[in-house]
Design a protein around this ligand. Structure first.
Ligand code: C5P
Length: 237
C-alpha cells in the first residue's frame, strides 16, 4: 500500500477535554498529521467541533468509538459519521454488525474492525469465554471483517506478520500498543511492540497515545517516532 511515511503515525488524543486535545495538537505541530479521537473525548463537549477543527488544520482523523450495537443502529451511526470528514472509524462485533457498517460508509470513510484489544491476553480471553488463542481469534476476525466489506482491522503488532501472510495486501492494518522502547512491564498494554518492528511485520499505520501525550516534549517524541518510521519504510523499499 502506498502510504506516505509521515501519514503512518496516528496520535491518539486520549484526553478529557477538547481544549486539551487542541493544545496537544498545536504542541505536536507538523510532527503528526493523523489523529485518533475516541471515547474519552466523546464524553466532553465539542467532540465534533474538534473533528472539524482537526480537518481545518489539514489533519486526518480516526474516530475510534468501536461501534457495537444492532446492525441497523451501527449502520445509521456510520452513515452519519461519514458526513463529518473522518478517514477511519472502528466497529466491533459479528458479521452482520461489520457488514452494516461497511455498507453504510460513504465519503471515503474507511471502516476498521477491532480484532482483539491489545490490552487482552490469554487469561483475559478465558475470562470472556473464548477458547481459542489470541492469534487464532485475530486471524479469524480479520477474515470475517474482509468478507463483511470492512477496509481493515486494528491489530496488535504481534499478530501482524501472520495477518499479512494470510490477508490480501489491500487490508489496512492499524496497530496500537506501540512503545518506542520495550517497557511492557509498566503498561496495561500486554501485547506491545516498537514502531520499526510493527512496520517490519507489515503494519500500515501505528497508533501511539501515551508515549507522545505524556512526553516532556510531545513534538520531539512524535518526531523521533517519525524518524524511526521513515527509516523502517526506507529499508523496506
Ligand atoms: O497510550 P497508548 O499508546 O497505549 O494508546 C493506545 C490507543 O489505541 C488507545 O487510544 C486505545 O483506545 C487504542 N486501541 C488499543 N487497542 C485496540 C484498539 C485501540 O489500544 N485494539
Amino acid at each position: 500500500m502506498n502510504i506516505p511515511a509521515r501519514d503512518r503515525l496516528i496520535v491518539a488524543l486520549d484526553l478529557p477535554e477538547a481544549a486539551a486535545a487542541r493544545t496537544l495538537v498545536q504542541r505536536i505541530g507538523a510532527a503528526a498529521g493523523f489523529y485518533k479521537i475516541g471515547m474519552e473525548l466523546c464524553m466532553a463537549p465539542g467532540f465534533f467541533e474538534l473533528l472539524e477543527w482537526l480537518r481545518g488544520q489539514g489533519k486526518q482523523v480516526f474516530v475510534d468509538l468501536k461501534f457495537f450495537d444492532i446492525p441497523e443502529t451501527v449502520g445509521r451511526a456510520v452513515r452519519a459519521l461519514s458526513e463529518r470528514g473522518a478517514q477511519f472509524c472502528t466497529v466491533h462485533g459479528n458479521q452482520a454488525i461489520m457488514q452494516a457498517a461497511a455498507q453504510a460508509k460513504t465519503h471515503g470513510l474507511k471502516v476498521l474492525a477491532v480484532t482483539a484489544l491489545t490490552s487482552l491476553d490469554r487469561g483475559d480471553l478465558d475470562d470472556l469465554g473464548f477458547q481459542c488463542d489470541v492469534e487464532a481469534l485475530v486471524l479469524s476476525r480479520a477474515r470475517r471483517a474482509l468478507q463483511a466489506g470492512c477496509d481493515g482491522v486494528v491489530s496488535s503488532g504481534l499478530e501482524v506478520a501472520k495477518l499479512r501472510a494470510e490477508a490480501p495486501r489491500e487490508l489496512i492494518v492499524v496497530t496500537p500498543g506501540i512503545r518506542p522502547v520495550d517497557n511492557r512491564a509498566e503498561s496495561d498494554q500486554k501485547r506491545v511492540m516498537t514502531p520499526s518492528r510493527a512496520l517490519q511485520a507489515g503494519a500500515d499505520y501505528l497508533v501511539v497515545g501515551r508515549p507522545i501525550r505524556d512526553a516532556a516534549d510531545p513534538c520531539a517524541a512524535a518526531e523521533a517516532i517519525q524518524a524511526e518510521i521513515a527509516s523502517a519504510v526506507r529499508s523496506e523499499e
